[in-house]
Design a protein around this ligand. Structure first.
Ligand code: ADE
Ligand code: ZN
Length: 349
């Protein structure tokens, strides 16, 4: 593809500013993972929920994860303070304000209804609060925010079907479904039938695969679940045939570098394979996953990853384009955003 700018004309010391100000989309973030410790404590107090931590500082100290499960245990405990629609609104609004500050023009936010319905919170309460924040984000912040409902893969297929049934009255308030939570031991095939039903309903399909799990899970997410994007997918690099397939079919990978660092998927950020995925022609994107837990929102993911890996303006442009191209927005909206990306880079060169 022809670049609309000369990467060599952008001085290295302007790269962080370029990364921060470039228009971008976020395609992989869990809204419950944006709950900052301060908001967890404020909501706990507002709702009379007891927390197993004495203070914000003590909670933050617990954020020393060794793998995905060690994080999920704390993440689900944090979400226990969410009871009312206003709680879901406040959580989403705090994220959307940060997203707007990071020049995010489009965000597709995951939510985990089973984490809440299993505690007796109604599906309507969850979706009402989140959706109201999305509507206000468009009007007030100029951010196009959409929702993707995730099934928890450590729970049963039956529970996923029941969740889908509960959500269908609000079908117009979410654009797709995903699959998250504990990956290893819960392969995509477990949810073949519920994803087939979601496909019939015209929902977009995504799944976490190849975060900690093997390339085989990425293959089955594609071939059994028929997903349109892979969340994470970094383990795909172990399978050359899979890499070819992802590139040929232009399947976006929603990569989350700081998450991978904090959950020990890579020993250090400089060892991350984002650059290799781009070099192989994959539609890789950068995302924050659970920003309150992993040390930063979207712009921090960009600046820290570029700082550690030596990626440059050319890759920044590719990642910004990939984020819009990989979104579920309509073709006209995508064209408008891609033009903005090109104009932004041209203004720096
Ligand atoms: N839920 C929230 N964050 C997650 C992640 N990184 N992987 C799987 N499930 C999640
Ligand atoms: Zn995730």
């Amino acid at each position: 593809m022809n670049l609309p700018f000369d990467p060599a004309a952008i001085p290295a010391d302007r790269l962080p500013e370029l990364l921060r100000t470039m228009p971008k989309a976020e395609l992989h973030m869990h809204i419950e993972g944006s709950l900052e410790p301060e908001l967890i404590f404020a909501l706990a107090q507002r709702n009379g929920v007891a927390l197993p931590y004495a203070s914000v500082e003590e909670l933050r100290k617990a954020y020393a994860f060794t793998n995905l499960q060690s994080f999920l245990d704390i993440y689900y405990a944090g979400a226990s303070v969410l009871l009312k629609a206003q709680d879901f609104y406040d959580m989403a609004w705090a994220y959307l304000e940060r997203a707007a500050a990071d020049h995010v023009l489009r965000t597709e936010m995951f939510f985990d209804p089973q984490t809440h319905t299993e505690r007796g919170v109604a599906m309507e309460t969850v979706i009402d609060g989140l959706h109201r924040a999305c509507v206000d984000a468009k009007a007030t912040l100029g951010v196009d925010a959409q929702l993707i409902l995730c099934f928890l893969r450590h729970l049963s297929e039956e529970s996923a079907f029941a969740t889908l049934e509960q959500a269908l009255p609000f079908r117009d308030k979410f654009i797709g479904v995903g699959l998250d939570s504990s990956e290893v031991g819960h392969p995509p095939e477990k949810f073949a039938r519920v994803f087939a039903r979601c496909r019939e309903l015209g929902l977009h399909l995504v799944a976490h695969a190849g975060e900690e799990g093997p390339p085989a899970y990425v293959w089955s997410a594609l071939d059994v679940l028929k997903v349109e994007r892979i969340d994470h997918g970094v383990q795909s690099a172990k399978d050359p045939a899979l890499m070819k397939r992802l590139a040929a079919d232009r399947i976006p990978l929603t990569v989350c570098p700081l998450s991978n660092l904090k959950l020990c998927v890579f020993p250090e950020l400089s060892a991350h394979n984002l650059g290799a995925l781009l070099d192989a022609g994959l539609v890789a994107t950068v995302n924050s996953d659970d920003p309150a837990y992993f040390g930063g929102y979207l712009n921090t993911n960009f600046t820290e990853t570029f700082g550690a890996t030596g990626l440059g303006a050319r890759q920044a442009w590719q990642l910004a384009r990939n984020s819009f191209e990989g979104s579920f927005a309509d073709a006209q909206a995508k064209r408008g955003w891609l033009d903005k990306v090109d104009a932004h880079f041209a203004s720096f060169a």
